[in-house]
Design a protein. Structure first.
Length: 320
């Protein structure tokens, strides 16, 4: 039987009309082109990630799920033959504005079979001066007002936007109208879903030169009018303590600054995903050690047990 160890994956890179080359700063292998998304840990058919370290090297996350999902992913994952790994972890380079979009919740009747809704959160890794993020409608905007604004090319007037700096954090529940805008690099933790409804795309041609499809009816059906529950926060925190960034039915994400050796442990309920945001360090467990550097993501099995973070780095810890 394979002993539990922190798994690292090769990122699946996705070219996007709004992408760039900023993910190169993390030493990731990149194909040519405007790369918008690096899928770092994925059990989604649109981009399964393959293991690059340890005994499972060469297998993808779906293979791992079939072999050891029940023991390694934890009791809250509810892994059975039809249940995929619950989260999808990405790094995004928003070299241009992303479409204004919304994601459905798990109950939306028109979801493709097997697909989930998408609640997500972002942690800003890098931001050019003045870069913005759109997170939700302005207070009081109704379905009728949004539909009217879409018809009249005035949707930007209905949206709530904020200037961001590295370290800012957003929680975007399903139903929140949102857009990442030009000049930000973010880590994204989300439900394992690839369903997006586009409300507005700046009348901009896609990679093939055609306008990308809009999904106005699905969007209007999906938007949570009133308060969607989206939040935005600054994340200053003391070293070697966890600051909670987002707590949802789907994930709990915390930020920690490693400044002294930090002894931690996994629990039987959930795997742990570590995303290194900046700095360097080491991750040590009973049978081994990995070096940590910005941009790396590790999946720590629920049955790993004790582990220690050392060095000088900032990490995000995601659990169920
Ligand atoms: Zn989104």
């Amino acid at each position: 039987m394979t002993q539990a160890y922190p798994i690292q994956f090769k990122a699946e890179m996705k070219e996007k009309v709004w992408g760039g080359r900023a993910l190169e700063q993390f030493g990731l292998e990149m194909p040519d082109g405007a790369i918008g998304e690096g899928w770092m840990i994925s059990d989604h058919p649109n981009g399964l990630t393959k293991v690059i370290n340890g005994e499972f090297a060469g297998l993808n996350l779906e293979d791992i799920r079939h072999r050891v999902g029940k023991e390694w992913f934890g009791t809250k994952s509810n892994i059975d033959a039809d249940t995929r790994f619950p989260l999808l972890i990405k790094l995004l380079d928003c070299n241009d504005d992303l479409s204004v979009q919304v994601h459905p919740n798990d109950d939306y009747e028109k979801l493709p079979k097997g697909e989930l809704g998408k609640t997500e959160m972002w942690y800003v890794l890098d931001a050019k001066p003045g870069a913005k993020i759109i997170y939700g409608l302005k207070p009081g905007v109704t379905r009728e007002q949004l539909a009217h604004a879409l018809e009249n090319n005035e949707v930007m007037d209905t949206l709530q936007e904020v200037e961001v700096v590295p370290g800012d954090s957003f929680y975007i529940p399903a139903g929140t109208v949102h857009a990442l805008c030009s000049g930000v690099v973010v880590a994204e933790i989300q439900q394992n879903s690839d369903t997006t409804y586009r409300l507005y795309d700046y009348n901009r041609p896609g990679l093939d030169g055609e306008l990308r499809e809009l999904h106005i009816e699905d969007s209007l059906n999906t938007v949570a009018f009133g308060d969607s529950g989206a939040t935005y926060m600054k994340t200053e925190t003391a070293p070697n303590t966890w600051l909670s960034l987002a707590k949802s039915p789907y994930f709990h994400v915390e930020k920690g600054i490693v400044a002294a050796p930090w002894q931690l442990t996994t629990t039987p309920e959930s795997f742990v995903i570590l995303i290194v945001c900046e700095g360097e360090g080491t991750l040590t467990w009973e049978n081994g050690q990995e070096t940590l550097q910005a941009g790396q993501c590790f999946l720590l099995p629920a049955n790993l047990g004790k582990y220690t973070l050392e060095g000088n780095c900032t990490v995000l810890r995601s659990t169920l």
